[in-house]
Design a protein around this ligand. Structure first.
Ligand code: ADP
Length: 613
């Protein structure tokens, strides 16, 4: 009767093995036990509820918060040959009646719907349709199981609470005997508990995966000349997809304009643009008409483009949870990608001021900000830091995929001496100036400000003249994170000493553990070391052929009216450009090519390989 999960995996998706926890998650659905799956973005959550729908009887209902998300997933499923559809209020009457007919005929294995469709008022007619579909299939129950995607939306403790998700509390009563399966990328225990309670999950199997993303390379830069820093990142990713997050709409517009003026295919995205424009820009990115989106955090959920090769934050987010979520949009295809945080201490001050103004500056929020700051100014392995923050142990000594482990940071040989020079300079300028001015004085630079204040006559003038201003600013950030300095003031942040800072000035032995680091000075022609993942994933790949295949993918996608990543992931294209299959049969063995895709695109792909020689 029904095929096994292994068969389904290879026939429809072209995958040969399960990712961690996928098998257990699928078994829970097949056996009808409630479950909660927590995996990071890119961990393969969707497959956990998609594959079982092809194995067990009844339609699998998937609750999804966004229409764009539904459409994307369904496009991907259909391209893989899976009978799937979505049903929502944004469809035209024609589309609606077509899908409704399909439901009544029991044609779909998977059906994506909004929460209100299943649990809201007026859901009765929809349920009646499902019943007819069940009868038409003539076997088993109409509904096999219900999967709740992005389940954290049900929790006020999550980062994206959606009131309409609350209605899902009614599912249990409404669908007696149907198992419920929640999935989310939000790792905190509180959100997890909330999901279980709100959905009334019964004895759920809880599967929590590792939150490490080994294919992501993390880098942190103290903000100096932002445009120069961005240029460096972009130079490593010419023609590749990326997201640049900014903290203000004004900055989004300015940077997007600047990039476009420099020949980068960049579009802005923020809540201040009108709906039409926002959609056009998002689509341009998804359809590969644009490479880079410059955005506020309004841009995010529902961005399923899997080949995002870099995510830059031009400003610190308000928590590591946010950072994990936003930077996690890079490299969902499992290939190497880069996450760069460009920050300054002023970012945190801005957050505090903003949260305070909104009456939201609770102790919890302060702690979250501090933790974010500690990450930013931290000197150590970034993977370890992130993973430990989310409550996991990190086993490897060297991640080989962050600025620290790649040797891009250099420990300062006498951190306490440097720290004391900076602290005393802050004291000398009367604790009335910001980081830029203090750094100028320490570096002995004759800025107008310095001259105007007569600060070139201070004993601390030029005390760190062997360092660059950017480096000194970096040290200042680290001292802020170490709680030796603090920032006060609103629009123009001013540096002041903390009690711990005063102690260190009095007693050089007060902080024996203090470490400071700086960005290693660029040597001529130095290219940053590549992560192990990057080296591996390009091994033996014919890059010209890869680019040619990308163009072919784009053409196929255009002709079908779907985004290119729905056709093939980069992982698949790289493997084709490595293996160079010259027959459709040979192509079947390639990662990510199931029966439907081999048949639909095989001849074109093989022709491209053969034509390339
Ligand atoms: P999530 O929803 O957890 O963010 P997705 O379900 O989008 O993750 O999966 C991320 C990527 O990993 C997708 O491109 C998907 O096709 C791929 N993937 C999922 N499971 C497997 C697997 N078992 N083998 C290979 N690739 C997989």
């Amino acid at each position: 009767m029904h095929s096994s999960l292994e068969d389904v995996l290879s026939r429809y998706w072209g995958f040969t093995a399960f990712r961690p926890l996928q098998r257990a998650a699928m078994d829970a659905i097949v056996s009808g036990r409630d479950s909660l799956v927590v995996l990071p973005t890119g961990g393969g959550k969707s497959l956990c509820f998609q594959a079982p729908a092809l194995v067990r009887p009844g339609v699998g209902l998937v609750v999804s918060p966004l229409i764009s998300l539904m459409k994307d997933q369904v496009d991907t499923l259909v391209a893989n040959g899976v009978p799937a559809a979505f049903y929502n209020s944004a469809m035209t009457p024609d589309e609606k009646s077509r899908v409704a007919a399909g439901i009544r005929e029991g044609r779909y294995n998977l059906l994506y719907v909004s929460p209100e469709r299943l649990a809201g008022e007026g859901s009765d007619s929809f349920l009646a349709m499902l019943d007819r579909g069940g009868a038409a299939r003539d076997s088993g129950p109409p509904v096999g199981f219900i999967a709740i995607d992005e389940a954290h939306c049900i929790s006020q403790w999550g980062h994206d609470f959606r009131p309409e998700y609350r209605q899902l509390g009614a599912l249990r009563a409404r669908f007696g005997g149907v198992s419920l399966h929640a999935s989310t990328a939000t790792a905190t225990a509180r959100v997890r508990r909330d999901i279980v309670a709100q959905l009334a999950l019964e004895r759920p199997l809880e599967l929590v995966g590792s939150f490490d993303r080994p294919n992501l390379v993390y880098r942190v830069l103290a903000r100096a000349t932002l445009k120069r820093q961005l240029e460096d990142v972009l130079a490593r990713h010419r023609g590749q997809a990326g997201i640049i997050y900014c903290s203000s709409r004004r900055e989004v517009d300015a940077l997007a304009g600047w990039l476009a003026g420099n020949g980068v295919r960049a579009v802005p995205y923020h809540a201040g643009l009108d709906d039409g424009e926002r959609h056009r820009h998002q689509d341009a990115f998804l359809q590969e008409d644009a490479d880079v989106v410059v955005a506020t955090v309004a841009f995010g959920m529902g961005i399923d483009r899997s080949d995002v090769r870099f995510v830059v934050h031009a400003g610190a987010p308000q928590s590591l949870e946010h950072y994990q979520q936003e930077s996690g949009r890079a490299g969902r295809d499992g290939l190497e990608a880069e996450c760069v945080l460009i920050y300054s201490g002023a970012d945190f001050l801005k957050w505090r001021v903003m949260l305070e103004r909104n009456g939201e500056l609770t102790d919890a929020r302060r702690t979250l900000l501090r933790e974010m700051e500690r990450y930013a100014a931290g000197v150590g392995c970034r993977h370890r830091h992130l993973v430990s923050y989310f409550g996991e142990r990190y086993a490897a000594d060297d991640c080989a995929a962050c600025d620290y482990c790649l040797g891009e940071l250099e420990a300062v040989s006498e951190p306490v001496v440097v720290a004391r020079k900076i602290l005393s300079c802050v004291a000398r300028v009367g604790q009335r100036f910001g980081g830029g001015h203090v750094a100028n004085v320490l570096c002995g630079s004759d800025s107008d400000q310095v001259a105007a204040r007569g600060h070139q006559r201070l004993s601390t003038f030029g005390l760190l003249k062997e360092a660059t201003v950017a480096e000194v600013r970096g040290y200042i950030e680290q001292l802020l994170a170490e709680d030796l300095l603090r920032q006060t003031g609103d629009e123009y942040p001013v540096l002041a000493l903390t009690p711990a800072g005063v102690d260190l000035l009095k007693d050089p032995g007060a902080r024996p553990d203090l470490a400071l680091a700086r960005q290693r000075r660029p040597q001529k022609d130095r290219v940053p070391k590549r992560s192990r993942g990057e080296v591996e994933s390009w091994r033996d790949v014919d890059r010209d052929l890869f680019e040619r295949l990308r163009a072919l993918r784009l053409a196929i996608a255009r002709s079908r009216g779907v985004p290119p990543y729905v056709i093939f992931h980069d992982t698949t294209l790289r493997e084709i450009a490595r293996v160079k299959p010259t027959s459709v049969d040979a192509l079947r063995g390639v990662y990510g090519i199931g029966a439907t895709k081999a048949e639909a695109f095989g001849p074109q792909v093989v022709a491209a390989v053969v034509g390339h020689g």
